[in-house]
Design a protein around this ligand. Structure first.
Ligand code: ARG
Length: 665
């Protein structure tokens, strides 16, 4: 990192800290009820809470920046705009930095200016900072715009700046810079934008042993895997954890039922073909038979004391479930480490003692509960029978991830129905003092419900939950039919056909989930997701094979592409070439954006945009010219290079989305 950048960081840190101080004082006033200081201010609660939220993010950011300054020893390394090392440039982000510096040097009194760069109709980008700045500084916006413009330091990204309207600054990118970026992309492949690596835990999938892994878990699996892929690509250290529901009172009845149905389970693995059925049977006995219920409770106590035979029974049951889950993970190529609730048993015992000693637990009708700041729903830390709950294991688990895994960032992916649980245990963890949201970033990534085409909860015709493996099988069958409808089986070899079938089937299921705003409910429809038109994986995978086939038809080999790129920066003469180049180079900005809120659909929208802009380019620009008898008469190497760059960008998007691509389809 250069000295100038360190100074810049420190300056911004100091400013943000000052702001934090002010906000904290105001919060204090709100909490203690001494609202006098707010009376004269034109601030409503919502705005205030937004500010607080913004401030929390800023504080987290400061921490990360400080870490990166430390790691860089204050002066080593570089992510300057003119030297990205092995990183692709996130153009918008860099423009934001350039303009932040310009604003701060023009108006050092400006407190943490929020610079936003937007796309522009009149130029490549636009900076609208002068408007809000002029308001807060009580100055004329055009004058402020002029002043900011004058203070933009020379840099390789921008070729021209122009003041327009009441104070907008239009930004024209340097053609040479874009040409060089595309060329680098061809030579080094798609590399991530600069980011300070941190330790992240992604808690996703997390089905429950002996119960059906349902479509909700499918959503968590798909979204969580993609988030993990994104963060891995950005260079973070990611621990992918499966927080399996493998502990709790239900195991008492399962073990008691196992003892009755398969008395030899300790020596011969029980041949339970349908664990759900087994679960239902034991539940029925538990509800109807008092004596069985008593035995079930005793079994839980013995299991939690790790009595060998009970532990063995529990292991057998977990093993059967895990094998079922593995089938789904293998099909979808999900890497994940099992670390279920049982892992935290001893840590729960320890934590409960600590909470109790600290006087944080309250008695409530035989239970021990805990209230966090700002939540009305308490955690049940200890049940009246002495057992622990989902709440207890999440508290112990969070502590473990922070203290032992040294996580800087924890991402939980579950359905939105669990929001209250997350709010409560995070608030309690804060109160207990082991979680500080300034030091550790925690995201609860929620998603909506999966609906059937009848817009009702996704079920089989007979009203049962859809088994995931059946769903995947149906996907395969539908994908095969679709490809046959398009006569692909006559063109592709059997192996190629099978690869295409699998890629389309699983790709479509994943893409249909990821391309929607995850917080909304979504309608699961094979017909829609397998449509070869519009924003679907079927269309996009096909679009990519078309680009690959252009390069193949031209007969240009990878070495030739590389040699051509090494000759110098690619020429971008045609308007559509320029448009395509600028479009594909937006990827780093998209990645930075989706890392902020962990919504993945903008990446799908970007992928779709690339494919449409590519079509526009291809319709207007000959890549390979042929004569009437179909012989190649001319190959436009620049355009082949642009095809290659586009294909690489698309491949990277698919890879982050967890979708396998194919060469032919
Ligand atoms: N097993 C839970 C369920 O099926 C999800 C667990 C999510 N992770 C967590 N740490 N709470 O709903």
């Amino acid at each position: 990192m250069t000295d100038a950048r360190v100074c810049d960081y420190i300056l911004r840190c100091a400013k943000a800290e000052k702001e934090t101080q002010k906000l904290t004082e105001r919060l204090q006033a709100l909490v203690t009820g001494s609202l006098d200081c707010l009376e004269n201010e034109d601030v409503n609660d919502k705005e205030f809470l937004n500010l607080l939220n913004e401030n929390k993010k800023l504080k987290y950011r400061i921490n990360i920046l400080k870490k990166s300054i430390e790691a860089a020893g204050g002066d080593a390394g570089s992510s300057n705009t003119d030297d990205f090392g092995s990183h692709m440039c996130n153009i918008m982000g860099q423009l934001e930095k350039i303009f932040t510096k310009a604003v701060l040097s023009a108006y050092p009194e400006a407190v943490s200016p929020m610079i936003q760069i937007q796309l522009s109709k009149h130029a490549d980008y636009q900076c609208n900072a002068a408007m809000s700045l002029a308001k807060s500084l009580k100055k004329n916006p055009r004058e402020v715009g002029q002043q900011v413009l004058k203070n933009v330091a020379p840099n390789p990204l921008i070729s021209n700046l122009e003041l327009s309207g009441p104070g907008f600054i239009n930004i024209v990118l340097s053609k040479d810079f874009i040409r060089q970026q595309v060329t680098n992309l061809i030579l080094t492949g798609v590399t991530p934008p600069p980011a300070t690596p941190v330790q992240v835990v992604v808690d996703f999938s997390s089905p429950n042993i002996a119960k059906e892994m349902h479509v909700g878990h499918l959503r968590s699996t798909i979204i969580g895997d993609s988030i993990a892929r994104l963060l891995e690509f950005l260079g973070h250290k990611v621990l992918r954890l499966n927080h399996l529901g493998d502990w709790g009172t239900q195991f008492g009845m399962l073990i008691a039922h196992l003892q009755d149905t398969f008395p030899n389970f300790a020596t011969e693995p029980p041949p339970i073909a349908d664990l759900q059925k087994f679960y239902k049977e034991s539940k029925k006995r538990f509800d109807e038979d008092e004596e069985f219920k008593k035995r079930a409770y005793e079994a839980v106590v013995k299991l939690q004391a790790y009595e060998p035979l009970h532990k063995k029974g529990w292991e057998e049951i977990c093993e059967i479930s895990r094998k079922e889950f593995m089938k789904v993970y293998e099909r979808l190529q999900i890497r994940i480490i099992d670390r279920g609730e049982s892992f935290y048993q001893e840590r729960m015992v320890k934590l409960v003692k600590e909470l109790n000693d600290a006087g944080l637990l309250e008695e409530d009708d035989g239970r021990k509960v805990m209230f966090g700041e700002g939540t009305d729903v308490p955690l049940t830390v200890v049940k009246s029978d002495g057992g622990f709950t989902y709440d207890t294991s999440d508290m112990a688990c969070l502590k473990h991830r922070i203290d032992e895994e040294k996580a800087d960032w924890i991402v939980y992916v579950t359905d939105a129905g669990q929001s209250q649980h997350f709010k409560s245990f995070l608030a309690c963890a804060k109160k207990a003092g082991f979680y500080n949201d300034v030091k550790t970033r925690v995201d609860h990534v929620t998603f909506g419900v999966v609906l059937g085409e009848d817009k009702k909860k996704f079920k089989t015709r007979s009203g049962d939950t859809v088994r995931l493996i059946d769903l995947l099988n149906e996907g395969l069958q539908r994908s095969e039919e679709k490809l046959k409808e398009k006569d692909r089986h006559t063109v592709l070899s059997p192996e190629e056909f099978e690869k295409a079938r699998d890629a389309v089937a699983y790709g479509c299921i994943k893409y249909a989930d990821l391309c929607h705003d995850r917080s909304r409910d979504y309608i699961f429809s094979f017909d829609r997701m397998l449509d070869f038109r519009g924003n679907t994986a079927a269309y996009l995978l096909y679009a990519l094979t078309r680009i690959r086939s252009i390069i193949r038809t031209a007969g240009v080999k990878p070495e030739e592409i590389e040699a051509e790129a090494k000759k110098g920066a690619i020429a971008l003469e045609h308007e559509k070439e320029w448009k395509l180049a600028r479009t594909i180079l937006k990827l780093p900005d998209v990645l930075v954006q989706i890392t902020q809120d962990l919504y993945l659909h903008p990446l799908c929208e970007f992928l779709y945009e690339v494919s449409t802009v590519f079509t526009e380019f291809y319709d207007n620009c000959y890549c390979v010219e042929k004569d009437q008898s179909g012989n190649i008469v001319k190959i436009n190497m620049n355009r082949i290079l642009l095809c290659e760059a586009t294909a690489q960008i698309m491949e990277k998007c698919f890879s982050i989305l967890g979708i396998t691509t194919v060469g032919k389809m």
